[in-house]
Design a protein around this ligand. Structure first.
Ligand code: PEP
Length: 253
């Protein structure tokens, strides 16, 4: 079975002490993850080492960065490189979150560069895609998402995409309390899998974990994750509450 993943995206929230308390509170629930289940915490940069230390010894828990820079190294004051993340043992990095695409003008090419750097440094990308409301209302969301995939991933050799992680996050559902219906999620996830299959074949497409993101909470996680092509979730707001995120982890297939 491909990996089923609950990934917390804390964004720019929590002090150091609050962050540690939240990790402890989730881990104190002694959740036994099955071999195919992963829980990931995407924490702010200053908390990466602390978080990695806290999860040490817990099976199938991982820490992610929320971003990285698209250049390898150099005079880019304030940026964090992929090799820096790799050198401190970070496992995953979120690439192309819609907030970065929108507020920091990240384009397809920058994201493709970031993905390449991740592969060079053995860091696993969580590649985000998803359409704004205007695109959904125009009914052209499938083409929009396909372009995002093609422009940032299709230069890659298929071997790189075995067990890859994609997060489908419709922008109109992020932080709005408005969740895509489980049918809408399944429909887009199936489309994403088909797009990857057309390019790379069924085996690789079938190994890719496709997470849903957009107002996932304890109350709706099981229904969304229960869809055939939904392999867990990328969770913002609800991941800041220990009980909510614990219940979301428990909702994984
Ligand atoms: C996100 O930021 O990736 C996200 C899905 O946020 P929320 O769960 O708050 O909608």
């Amino acid at each position: 079975m491909r990996k089923q993943i609950a990934a917390a995206n804390w964004k720019m929230n929590l002090t150091f002490t609050e962050a540690k308390d939240l990790l402890d509170a989730v881990l104190n629930n002694d959740l036994e993850l099955a071999p195919h289940q992963l829980a990931i915490f995407a924490v702010p940069f200053p908390y990466l080492l602390m978080a990695q230390e806290v999860i040490r010894g817990y099976n199938n828990y991982f820490i992610a960065a929320q971003n990285c820079y698209f250049q390898k190294s150099g005079a880019y004051t304030g940026e964090v490189s992929v090799s820096m993340l790799s050198s401190i043992g970070t496992s995953f990095v979120i690439i192309g979150h819609s907030e970065r695409r929108e507020y920091f003008n990240e384009n397809h090419q920058m994201l493709a560069n970031k993905i390449n750097l991740c592969f060079d440094e053995n860091l696993k990308p969580i590649f985000c895609c998803g359409e704004p409301l205007s695109v959904r209302e125009a009914g052209i969301q499938n083409d929009y998402v396909e372009t995002q995939l093609a422009e940032s991933l299709f230069h890659l050799d298929g071997s790189k995409l075995q067990d890859f992680v994609i997060a489908y996050e419709p922008i109109w559902a992020i932080g709005t309390g408005k969740t895509a219906s489980s049918d809408q999620a399944q429909e887009m996830h199936k489309h994403i899998r088909n797009v990857m299959s057309d390019k790379y074949g069924d085996d690789i497409a079938g190994s890719i974990s496709i997470l849903y993101g957009g107002s996932v909470k304890a109350a709706n996680a099981a229904e969304i994750f229960g869809q055939q092509d939904v392999d867990g979730g990328l969770v913002g707001g609800a991941s800041l509450v220990a009980g909510e995120f614990t219940a979301i982890i428990k909702s994984l297939k």
